[in-house]
Design a protein around this ligand. Structure first.
Ligand SMILES: Cc1cc2nc3c(=O)[nH]c(=O)nc-3n(C[C@H](O)[C@H](O)[C@H](O)COP(=O)(O)OP(=O)(O)OC[C@H]3O[C@@H](n4cnc5c(N)ncnc54)[C@H](O)[C@@H]3O)c2cc1C
Length: 536
């Protein structure tokens, strides 16, 4: 029986449902064009030639269409079909068409391949800016984009495999190109990959037969993967194809965030693999991939902070309470300025380190990636929670996008080296590659004499480095945090407007702020800082 629509009593609906004091939708806006800190960083780090590409990507990224696709594929989560109706194993992951829309756009924009296809100066910086811009639409979809980009340097350790796969992996054609993934983590331990139990046995045709399991393997529909397995010589790196019928997907993970992205548990029942790099040197080989994905973790966290800062600022500009817009009220201006400084520091850092991948700056690149992977990713969840709170109860509601931002925010700190492991990796890098630390300190020192708070922080860092002894692991997080702050301070003092640099040094280096966001000391020019958030 059809139900008649309920008619409200005359005059009542309008009276109770007047919508007022709600901000207008932010979309459409140009995600790149509105982002002054990124626009400046792009030019500074040698990627100015990519501005038009970024404008184009930023326009789509800030469109209602992109937002709708992102929300849709988060809602319609991937589904694993292990068998067909006859009982045959198929291991197919059903994905929402919006997922493919988002991924196709990323691939056609060469976010997975630009520096390999067009290795001109600044290519890594342009690609990082693209990753950051499109990453603000959907974090999950950037996982296969990142891994496909990152696999190339490792794959080149097997020239035959690279000759066969690199053209497809770097192709901007979504339909005929290929995507790459990584499967290292096992049930009994992800950080300590030496404990891997997966084994590879040599076959007579020169390939290897891999048997074992992996506890995490994101995006199993990939065409190829790198994995680690034990051989007679020790842990070794192998390339295998996703269509191998004995590569089986056991189940998809029910995750906190990045819910549009299928992450899985997989089984190798004699998968055919090709050795990449030297036998027994698997970690050294796969680290070539991991260094790039670590850079992407930091770019991804910077993207999340940027998105959160924009959403909070937009809301506060339009929402009023107690007779004035939120943005005009000092306590809120303090929070927004604090969020903006953190975001700007993360953007500047991500872009400076991306440039190091364009240059012959391996020592700086290695240590700076490790330090900032720890520090920027570690700052993201607190930042997301505070940005969410700027929207009040509206921020707690899914439609605002803020719950997704918060759910996604811890991942970059876990993946590719969880907090402690990332901090310990910095110690290891300092000891094993001793040229890295001087290169890092040299970069910080470029701002020497510009701000006394930065100078004294730097003196403190150098002295703690000298006195590092048996308690190094105990102190690792604090040391890496101080190194991260030193680099961020140096970049902002040299390149950001005085208001931003001053507030950063006063709060992060001068001990002038409290522990929560929104505790910047008196005298900070919050209007100058917040005005930069949404240019135009
Ligand atoms: C959404 C998602 C997607 C992922 N996708 C992939 C993928 O595609 N491929 C893949 O291979 N992996 C993937 N991973 C796995 C991820 O890389 C691992 O979870 C991560 O490396 C940590 O390993 P673990 O979970 O075994 O934790 P553990 O290694 O058990 O570590 C647990 C905790 O102990 C700490 N810890 C470890 N060692 C030390 C130490 N020596 N001193 C002090 N503290 C220590 C760690 O920092 C961590 O906090 C994914 C994970 C997630 C959440």
């Amino acid at each position: 029986m059809a139900t008649a629509p309920r008619e409200p009593a005359p005059g009542l609906a309008g009276a109770t449902h007047a919508v007022s004091n709600q901000p207008p939708p932010l979309e459409p806006y140009n995600v790149f064009e509105a982002d002054l800190p990124m626009r400046e960083a792009l030019v500074r780090e040698g990627g100015g030639w990519g501005a038009e590409r970024l404008r184009n990507t930023g326009e789509l990224a800030g469109s209602p269409e992109a937002l709708e696709h992102s929300e849709r594929c988060e809602r319609n989560e991937p589904v694993l079909h292990t068998h067909d109706r006859y009982g045959n194993r198929i291991d197919q992951v059903e994905l929402d068409p919006s997922w493919h829309w988002l991924l196709r756009e990323a691939i056609e924009r060469e976010i997975h391949s630009l520096p390999w296809r067009d290795p001109q100066p600044g290519a890594h910086a342009v690609r990082a800016a693209l990753m950051y811009t499109w990453g603000q639409v959907n974090a999950g979809v950037m996982c296969p984009v990142s891994m496909t980009h990152a696999i190339v340097p490792a794959l080149r350790e097997n020239p035959d495999a690279a000759a066969e796969w690199e053209p497809r992996l770097t192709s901007p054609d979504y339909d005929s190109g290929a995507l790459a993934g990584m499967a290292m983590t096992e049930k009994q331990g992800g950080s300590d990959v030496r404990a891997n139990t997966t084994r590879a046995e040599p076959s007579t045709d020169g390939t290897w037969e891999i048997t074992g399991h992996k506890w995490f393997c994101s995006y199993p529909p990939c065409d190829v993967f790198l994995t680690l397995a034990q051989t007679g010589e020790g842990l070794s790196c192998f390339l295998f194809e996703g269509r191998d019928p004995v590569f089986q997907v056991q189940r998809l993970k029910d995750k906190l965030g990045t819910r549009s992205l299928p992450s899985s548990e997989v089984e190798f029942l004699g998968v055919r693999g090709r050795l990449v790099g030297d036998e027994g040197r698997g970690v050294a080989t796969i680290v070539r991939m991991v260094n790039h994905t670590r850079l992407d973790c930091l770019i991804g966290s910077a993207a999340g902070m940027r998105w959160g800062t924009v959403a909070a600022t937009h809301h506060a500009r339009h929402r009023a309470a107690f007779g004035a817009t939120l943005i005009s009220q000092p306590a809120m201006a303090n929070v927004l300025a604090d969020l903006a400084i953190e975001s700007e520091a993360a953007t500047a850092t991500a872009m400076r380190i991306a440039r190091a991948y364009d240059e012959d700056g391996a020592p700086f690149r290695r240590l700076a990636t490790a330090v900032m992977k720890y520090w920027v990713c570690k700052r993201a969840p607190g930042h997301a929670a505070e940005a969410l709170e700027c929207l009040g109860g509206n921020g707690y509601v899914e439609e605002s996008g803020m719950p997704r931002l918060l759910r996604d925010s811890p991942l970059n700190s876990i993946w590719e080296g969880s907090g402690n492991v990332a901090a310990l990796d910095v110690l290891r890098a300092m000891w094993k590659e001793p040229e890295g630390l001087p290169a890092f300190l040299e970069e910080v020192e470029l701002a020497q004499g510009e701000d006394p708070r930065l100078d004294s922080h730097f003196t403190k860092v150098k002295s703690s480095l000298h006195s590092l002894g048996e308690d190094a692991q105990w102190l690792a997080r604090r040391l890496v945090e101080d190194l991260g702050l030193a680099l961020q301070g140096s970049l902002l003092v040299r390149h950001a407007p005085a208001a931003v640099a001053d507030a950063f040094c006063a709060s992060r280096l001068g001990g002038g702020a409290g522990h929560a966001y929104g505790t910047l000391p008196a005298g900070v020019d919050s209007a100058a800082i917040v005005d930069r958030v949404l240019a135009g």
